[in-house]
Design a protein around this ligand. Structure first.
Ligand SMILES: Cc1cc2nc3c(=O)[nH]c(=O)nc-3n(C[C@H](O)[C@H](O)[C@H](O)COP(=O)(O)O)c2cc1C
Length: 251
């Protein structure tokens, strides 16, 4: 327990010099990609750009006050605008740099390293075939990865029989790529990644509340099987949090 707690604490200056290894940044190693590479010949699905959103106009205080974990979803589908809104609010890219290691998004991230990719298991979004997708945040588009047979049951089982998770119209799966943050912060990176993830997840909660959708963060899932489903190696890339999103009866 003590050992695991260590990662939540920072380092004093002398500890830092003794214990924190020299970073790849200091060693002048090239900076990592801030968006996972993909086959650019594959077609992408256009999302609605943020300047065209006609939704999400509720008062900020109302959204904060009403936020809660919601685990009951109707059979309703999300519109493409709703999905675009959620993706923009959680990982939308506001600015990229050619010669600076980082990317500015709608969520903060230590050193702007943004160590996540967003995968989506889509069950019901108007005009979008069900299946596994990845958010291509740099161009605000969706990449189809593969079909998933019997996704609802599979996702329920992969979350230790929390069967409501598979019933979401869309299941957000955040994947960490720790090296993006380790490149600069070495062993300090892991605390920062956890804090970064909280920002992303909270933005999903608030974005859902702003448009009358329901969500809940799911930290309890079968790591190896989930990584395998998303075709991740489980070492340099792995699932760190899951969140179903669905329509709800308004309350
Ligand atoms: C990191 C994290 C992991 C969680 N994992 C689960 C989970 O596996 N299953 C679940 O039903 N709720 C999960 N929750 C939701 C919490 O149970 C919920 O936030 C808490 O009970 C407070 O309720 P509220 O969100 O409605 O305020 C998780 C929340 C967080 C932040």
């Amino acid at each position: 327990m003590e050992k695991n707690r260590r990662f939540l604490r920072f380092y004093d200056k002398n500890e830092y010099e003794e214990l924190v290894p020299e970073s790849d940044e200091k060693k002048k190693r090239p900076f990592p990609l801030f968006q996972k590479a993909y086959d650019e010949k594959k077609p992408l699905i256009d999302l609605i750009p943020p300047e065209k959103f006609g939704i999400g106009k509720k008062s900020f205080l109302d959204v904060i006050n009403r936020r809660m974990s919601r685990r009951n979803y109707t059979e309703g589908s999300l519109t493409l605008e709703e999905l675009s809104f959620l993706l923009w609010c959680t990982q939308g890219v506001k600015r990229t740099f050619k010669d600076i290691a980082g990317v500015l998004r709608t969520v903060p991230s230590a050193g702007a390293k943004s160590p996540f990719e967003t995968y989506l298991i889509i069950n019901r979004v108007e005009g979008v075939e069900p299946g596994l997708y990845r958010y291509i945040s740099f161009s605000h588009k969706l990449l189809f990865v593969k079909s998933i047979e019997d996704a609802e049951r599979k996702i329920g089982e992969l979350t230790y029989d929390q069967m409501f998770v598979g019933k979401g119209a869309v299941i957000f799966c955040w994947v960490a790529i720790p090296y993006r943050t380790e490149w600069r912060y070495t062993i300090l990176a892991h605390k920062f990644i956890a804090v970064d993830l909280g920002h992303v997840s909270e933005n999903l909660y608030l974005a859902c509340e702003a448009i009358d959708l329901g969500t809940v963060a799911i930290g309890y899932y079968e790591q190896k099987k989930f990584d395998a489903l998303l075709e991740l190696d489980g070492k340099d890339e792995f699932v760190v949090l899951v969140a179903p999103v669905g329509k709800r009866t308004i309350n």
